[in-house]
Each structure stands twice: as C-alpha cells, then as structure tokens.
Design a protein around this ligand. Sequence first.
Ligand SMILES: Cc1cc2nc3c(=O)[nH]c(=O)nc-3n(C[C@H](O)[C@H](O)[C@H](O)COP(=O)(O)OP(=O)(O)OC[C@H]3O[C@@H](n4cnc5c(N)ncnc54)[C@H](O)[C@@H]3O)c2cc1C
Length: 219
Amino acid sequence: MAQAPPEQINAQFGGKSNLFAQTASGSSDSQDHNATGNAQLPKGVVLDKDGKPCRTCTSMSSWRALTKQAQADPSANTSSSSTTTSTNPLAAPATPSPSSIPSDCPPDVEALGRSTWTLLHSMAATYPEKADTKQQEDMGGFLKLFSRLYPCWVCADDFQGWMAHPSGNNRPKLGGRKEFGWWMCEAHNEVNRKLGKPEFDCRFWEERWRSGWKDGRCD
Ligand SMILES: Cc1cc2nc3c(=O)[nH]c(=O)nc-3n(C[C@H](O)[C@H](O)[C@H](O)COP(=O)(O)OP(=O)(O)OC[C@H]3O[C@@H](n4cnc5c(N)ncnc54)[C@H](O)[C@@H]3O)c2cc1C
C-alpha cells in the first residue's frame, strides 16, 4: 500500500503545534479545537511535543489511517469537520498483526515497547545476584536517563511519573537480581494495567526472562 511520505505528513502538521496543543499526559483522549478551523486526526494518533505526529507513540494501524488521510485530503488538518486529537495510544484501532507489518519498517509504539521490554527484563535477568554500590549506581543512572529518553514521550512521561511516586514505593529496587527483576515486572504490569492488558504473575519473571520455562520448551 502506497503511503504518504513522512515529509508530507510533517508538512501538513508543521508549524501547527498550537493547533494540536497537547495535554502533557497520554492517559486520556482530548478534543482540541482551533481558532482557524477544525482539524481531525485519526483515533490513536499521538502528536509529538512539537505538534507533529509521533510515529513511535502511535500504533501502526493509526499511523496508516493518518497516511491514508494525508493522501486522500492534503488539507485534512484544516477541514471543517469536527476535531478529535488523541494523545492516548489506547484509543488506537486494532493494530495489524506484527506479521502483516514489514519487518524493515520503523517501529510503532507496540514494536518499540516489545523490544524495549526484552532489553529491560534481560538487563534484570543478567543483573548481579548481589549488586555492589557502583553497579547499583550504574543501573539507577541508566533507568533515570532511559525514562527521559524513551522515544515514545507519552510512555516516558508516565514511566517517569510512576517511578517518582511520592510514596517512594516505585523507586527502582537495585540491591540484587531478584528484587530488581521483580521491580521490573511490577513496572511492566503498571503499563499493562494502563493499557487494559492482563497482568503478568511476577513469580514467573525469572522463568520468562532468565532460566526458561520449567517444561523445557526453551531448552
Ligand atoms: C517503559 C514503557 C512504557 C510504555 N508505555 C506505553 C504507553 O503509555 N502506551 C502504549 O500504548 N504503550 C506503551 N508501552 C508499550 C507496551 O508496554 C507494550 O510493549 C506494547 O503494547 C506491546 O505489547 P505486547 O502485548 O506485545 O507485549 P509487551 O507488553 O510488550 O510484553 C512483551 C512480553 O513480556 C512478557 N510480559 C508481559 N508483562 C510482563 C511483566 N509484567 N513482567 C515480565 N514480563 C512480562 C510477556 O511474555 C509479553 O509477551 C510502553 C513500553 C515501555 C517499555
């Protein structure tokens, strides 16, 4: 399927950051109307802080809807129809199965998430059983930077917010592998809950990410 190139999409949204002014959080849909006319974005499309569509914050299905719209109606962002500007990846229509997305395309929010969880849980799985001060500092520093630099900004904002909960209960637990792996599992479950996905039973994080399942299917 031919799609509008990123330049065309960006050109449509370039300089329109006020038009699509975002709420800081990705936790809810918002309806934004502008002074010069109404603009409409497909459901689930998340804008970057500069007002342009954020590919790594958006599911592939929503991205495709956006590129289709851009091709069909290059002036869609100033059309007179009603405006729905979503900051919530949850609002996206059903995502095409990963197998229907060519493997050499930029990641959408889900592919990015899956790969990142693989990295994060694997880091926990290979973390020392008992970490010394330097190892704890290194991992703490990594998580701090990671939560600022993660390429889906709405995800990053939420993750930072969760870690910084005033109770202090969500601060990374870095003493050793078991507690760090459990903490990572809880962090992931927090996102699962937000997205309406089933929670993972954290008693099994090590089988999933370190040793392989006891039934031997990973051996
Ligand atoms: C820090 C972070 C924040 C994110 N925030 C958002 C967001 O705000 N909005 C959004 O749309 N997407 C977000 N994502 C992406 C989202 O979490 C998923 O990765 C994505 O939706 C794909 O989900 P999935 O069902 O393929 O499995 P994933 O959630 O990616 O999980 C991959 C695999 O990990 C295992 N697993 C699942 N839960 C756990 C757990 N608790 N502990 C250990 N293993 C587990 C399962 O075997 C699963 O198949 C975020 C990702 C990250 C890394």
